[in-house]
Design a protein around this ligand. Structure first.
Ligand code: SF4
Length: 714
């Protein structure tokens, strides 16, 4: 902390998304005036994306929820009464205990959103309370990639992060696969830019011409959700042209011979038909990636949300392995985990975290009762979270058992879960819903009790995501807002579990840091901890798989009833799998984030909203001409489940058969009568919650679905 005459500067860690950028928070007379990048923080070295500085506006926004409130009118009527924390927690604990008594603890479900660090506290409470049901978005965001890579090569099992491309050691080639890191991962984007300046070649695989695609040496534009076929086509070229690393393959992989045979069914010509990528481009991409040494693949969320999700990551992991890029400088690196008393980024089944979560307090018998346990997904602890689509159906049908109470922290299911109309019905049917958030979202408007949650500027904490831990320091207090972890801690005490929680939740911070020999007060000065990189540790320890090698052919997947080699399955609602439907809905929908927003966040932050006031749907000019749509027109986008409105943005950067719909829109400025316009432009009015799901982890099919577009004339 630097003391000036009046100004104080405090180190902290941005949480406008979960990339852990270090920040310097400037205060004047006790008020936060500015947030800027911390040049000493190795995560971001002083850089922030456009969301970072807006934390100040978010902190002091007049629409922040400042006090606990209980609903006094009908659900969604907007009638609230301020209550004390004591009354709020008593009310919640009473509702939970009543449901527990009547329907069992499993009738109460906790739900989390984007990782913020409180999730392990929530799991701890689930375990001691006795519910196996914690619901998260991981099945369509990051878990397919983590599980696919873990099963294949064991990388990142310990750290629980996605692959880490070693961009600091400039790779000769970076393959950006469905990852628009210019807006979603600023720390890596800055590193990539530096690498590109030093001559790194760039391949971008994306159905949309993103800023990165415009700068790429090769832009490959697949039909949305055919990535697995594309990866298998690239493997076909690499195998048949013998571009693979023969020494690595023979010493460190299992099942290459079976892969060789398997990919003969994925010739560039066949894959071109599936993906709409010209065969020559598949060959060119495969050669460019496989012959560059070293090379790395940064994959993104586009891999996660369809029936092929986990197996797409398997194929991408196989590409990394057979080209000899695993764990080498400039390839994909793994980090030993930072040894802390907690991993705030939840890693399924890891011991340190499992202990913190008091996993043993929930019996195996009770754990097996979690919703979806019979779905045939990966065994515990790999597929531990309840799938939102199953939770919604269980609330509505009371099968396999009734769900009565939903506890929502930092997420907005009405906007972010698939099949939003169904989600609405489910939220309306609950006996009791509480929502902890910073703003009144459409979901919060349906709650019985709303709790004011803090921003990161109002909490002391250790932000931890391998390979870094970065300090967060409380510099402000808005109303009576509490950090989510404190809400959970105090609720646990009301429920009678004080012995498993803390007098003050911050008491745990010192013990979390104990393994690194620091107290939290000492950590305030240190700011960041970083685990050093280690290359080729597999030569010493083997890969963290049962065979100690990269498992191209996975006997474990076979044993669990899944494809042991990745097989492309056509998603359920495409021109090929549903040709009759395609006559009525001839376009294919993909989706994207607009830069100022993080999921459903930030629409009320004026400086960010000014940059992107409207939801924009990308349409090719030829398609628009055919539909008599001009740039800037409002259009309906319709699937067989419903329709929404967005503003047309014409671009040559998308296939004429595809449109790019903006994700997670609602309108805080619109009144509660419409629940802030939750239905108007919300992409999840269009998406399905029906099977088939991804076999391994249960991903729903959120992109690559059939739709039509027409001009709004009303
Ligand atoms: S990428 Fe942007 S929003 Fe995310 S932590 Fe960094 S500055 Fe904050």
């Amino acid at each position: 902390m630097k003391q000036g005459t009046q100004e104080v500067v405090v180190k902290s860690c941005c949480n406008m998304c979960y990339r852990l950028c270090g920040v310097l928070v400037h205060l004047r007379d006790g008020k936060v005036t500015k947030v800027e990048g911390d040049a000493d923080c190795p995560v971001n070295r002083g850089n922030l994306c456009i969301k970072g500085p807006a934390a100040v506006e978010r902190l002091y926004h007049q629409a922040r929820i400042k006090y606990p409130m209980k609903r006094t009118g009908a659900k969604g009527e907007g009638k609230w009464q301020r209550i004390s924390w004591d009354e709020a927690l008593d009310t919640i604990a009473g509702a939970m205990n009543r449901a527990k008594e009547r329907y069992g603890a499993k009738s109460i479900v906790f739900s989390n959103g984007d990782p913020k660090g409180y999730e392990v506290y929530m799991l701890r409470l689930c375990n001691v309370f006795g519910t196996p049901n914690m619901c998260g978005p991981g099945h369509v965001c990051s878990l397919p990639r983590r599980m696919g890579s873990n099963i294949t090569s064991g990388l990142n099992v310990e750290t629980g992060t996605d692959y880490t491309p070693d961009l600091d050691h400039p790779p000769a080639c970076v393959l950006m696969w469905g990852a628009n890191i210019a807006i979603t991962h600023n720390p890596n984007y800055v590193r990539l830019e530096r690498a590109l300046d030093q001559g790194t070649k760039l391949i971008v695989i994306d159905p949309r011409k993103t800023e990165l695609a415009s700068r790429a040496d090769l832009w490959i534009r697949p039909r949305p959700k055919t990535d697995l076929a594309l990866a298998l086509g690239m493997i076909n070229v690499i195998v048949n042209e013998e571009l693979y690393d023969k020494s690595f393959v023979s010493n460190w992989t299992v099942g290459f011979d079976m892969l060789e045979e398997h990919v003969q069914g994925y010739t560039p010509q066949k894959v071109a038909e599936i993906t709409w990528v010209p065969a020559e481009q598949i060959v060119e991409g495969a050669r460019m990636y496989a012959t560059a040494k070293p090379a790395c693949i940064q994959d993104g969320n586009a891999i996660d949300d369809d029936i092929n999700s986990v197996q797409t990551e398997r194929a991408v992991s196989i590409l990394r392995a057979i080209t000899g890029n695993l764990n080498i400088p400039g390839g994909e690196v793994d980090y030993a985990p930072l040894t802390l008393g907690i991993k705030q980024h939840f890693t399924p089944g890891k011991q340190g975290t499992a202990n913190f979560m008091l996993t043993e307090k929930l019996s195996e018998e009770q754990r097996e009762k979690r919703l979806g346990a019979d779905l045939g997904t990966l065994p515990l602890p790999m597929a531990e979270f309840v799938l939102p689509q199953l939770l919604v159906k269980a609330i509505l049908t009371e099968k396999p058992y009734p769900i009565r109470v939903l506890c929502v922290h930092a997420n907005n299911p009405l906007i972010t879960w698939s099949n939003a109309k169904e989600v609405y019905q489910a939220l309306m049917k609950l006996d009791f819903l509480y929502v902890a958030d910073q703003f009144m979202t459409p979901t919060a408007e349906l709650a019985d009790v709303v709790l004011p949650a803090t921003t990161y500027l109002e909490v002391d904490d250790i932000a931890n995501r391998a390979p870094f831990a970065v300090v967060r320091q409380k510099v402000a207090q808005i109303g009576e807002a509490w950090p989510d972890k404190k809400i959970i801690n105090e609720l646990a005490k009301k429920l009678g579990f004080a012995e498993y929680f803390w007098n003050d939740v911050n008491d745990v911070l010192d013990s979390i840091l104990e393994p690194v020999g620091l107290t939290f007060d000492e950590f305030r000065k240190v700011g960041t901890l970083e685990q050093p990189k280690e290359y080729r540790q597999y030569e010493r320890d083997g890969f963290k798989t049962p065979s100690g090698k990269v498992e191209i052919y996975s006997s474990r997947l076979e044993e669990w009833g899944h494809d042991p080699l990745p097989v492309y399955h056509e998603p359920p609602e495409t021109p090929y799998s549903a040709p009759e439907l395609a006559k009525e809905y001839p376009l294919i929908l993909t989706s994207y984030h607009q830069a100022p927003f993080r999921h459903s966040n930030n629409r009320q932050i004026a400086s960010l909203r000014e940059r992107e006031p409207d939801p924009l749907v990308e349409i090719h000019p030829e398609t628009a001409a055919r539909l008599a749509v001009d740039d800037g027109d409002m259009v309906y986008i319709e699937t067989k489940r419903g329709r929404i409105k967005q503003r047309a943005m014409l671009t040559e950067g998308i296939d004429p058969r595809v449109i790019g719909v903006s994700y997670a829109w609602w309108f805080p400025e619109k009144g509660v009568e419409s629940l802030h316009g939750w239905e108007e432009s919300n992409i999840n009015i269009l998406t399905a919650s029906e099977p088939p799901y991804n076999q391994e982890i249960g991903s729903t099919n959120l992109r690559g679905i059939l739709c039509r577009v027409y001009k709004v004339n009303d």
